[in-house]
Write a protein that binds this ligand. Structure first.
Ligand code: FE2
Length: 268
């Protein structure tokens, strides 16, 4: 009789937008409180997760206090945490507060069982949209060359494909053609994950799964031409990574709570 194949479970959390002051709000929502509700959900639902992927916009004000608080909250799960920089993050305090001996701050490569996770920095200093500079593409190519014998997931902050939302699609990774040209040369790539869009999304490009995740705070309305908030609750994504390269994944959102957001605001 064949043995059951056990996947390794990882969790993606994104777009925390924390402030130095835990009482601060963004678009009318207390981002510290909404994060705590999502982390309670993760604690209840994910006793066996093996890693956390934090895909950017960790802080809204770039404060040391916000990074320190987030590090403490995620490290409390006792699993490796891999960190990506988002357009709202401040490089120096982020790296100073989150860097550890294992080097799990983007750009970096992690190993979770037989899988490799590549955290690729898609930010442009001082700007909102995404782009992969030559050095990022070289890092990706090198990381994939060194991961030929593994299944690979690549995490970005920005979306590499259009989301069907005009205002967000102006912020898409500018040179995603170059990104996908590299991926096309490496059939071990199984998925690309991102944050930034504050909404759940799933599609496929050739054999590669394309996945985004809700924010742990405010949600953006899918397919809206202009900036608009959605009223669905914050959440996270879980992924089961199988030894044969298969992925099962889903999104879980906080239930039974109402979060107030200011729907009249037209930007953030
Ligand atoms: Fe964000």
């Amino acid at each position: 009789m064949s043995q059951p194949v056990t996947p390794v479970r990882v969790v993606q959390l994104s777009d925390f937008h924390l402030f130095a002051d835990p009482a601060s709000t963004m678009l009318g929502l207390n981002t510290q409180h909404s994060l705590e509700t999502v982390l309670r959900l993760v604690r209840a639902e994910q006793p066996d997760m093996r890693a956390i992927l934090a895909t950017g916009d960790l802080s809204q004000d770039g404060s040391e206090a916000s990074y320190t608080r987030l590090k403490k909250a995620l490290r409390a799960f006792g699993v490796p945490v891999y960190w990506l920089e988002g357009n709202h993050d401040e490089t120096h305090p982020m790296r100073a507060m989150l860097a550890d001996e294992a080097g799990r701050v983007s750009p970096c490569v992690g190993t979770v069982d037989g899988w490799r996770v590549i955290m690729l920095d898609s930010t442009i200093p001082g700007q909102v949209p995404g782009e992969l500079f030559d050095r990022d593409l070289v890092f990706l190519e090198q990381a994939l060359m060194e991961s030929r014998d593994h299944h690979v997931m690549i995490c970005l902050h920005h979306h590499p494909v259009p989301m069907g939302s005009r205002w967000l699609d102006e912020q898409q990774v500018a040179n995603s053609d170059a990104f996908f040209r590299i991926i096309d040369r490496h059939p071990q790539v199984r998925a690309v994950l991102w944050g930034h869009v504050h909404q759940e999304y799933e599609s496929r490009r050739k054999n590669v799964r394309l996945l985004s995740v809700p924010s742990t705070c405010v949600q953006f309305k899918p397919h809206s031409a202009d900036f608009a908030l959605d009223q669905c609750n914050p959440g996270y994504r879980w992924l089961d990574l199988y030894p044969d390269g298969r992925i099962e994944s889903g999104v879980s959102r906080v239930q039974g709570m109402h979060f107030t957001v200011d729907l009249t605001v037209n930007g953030y």
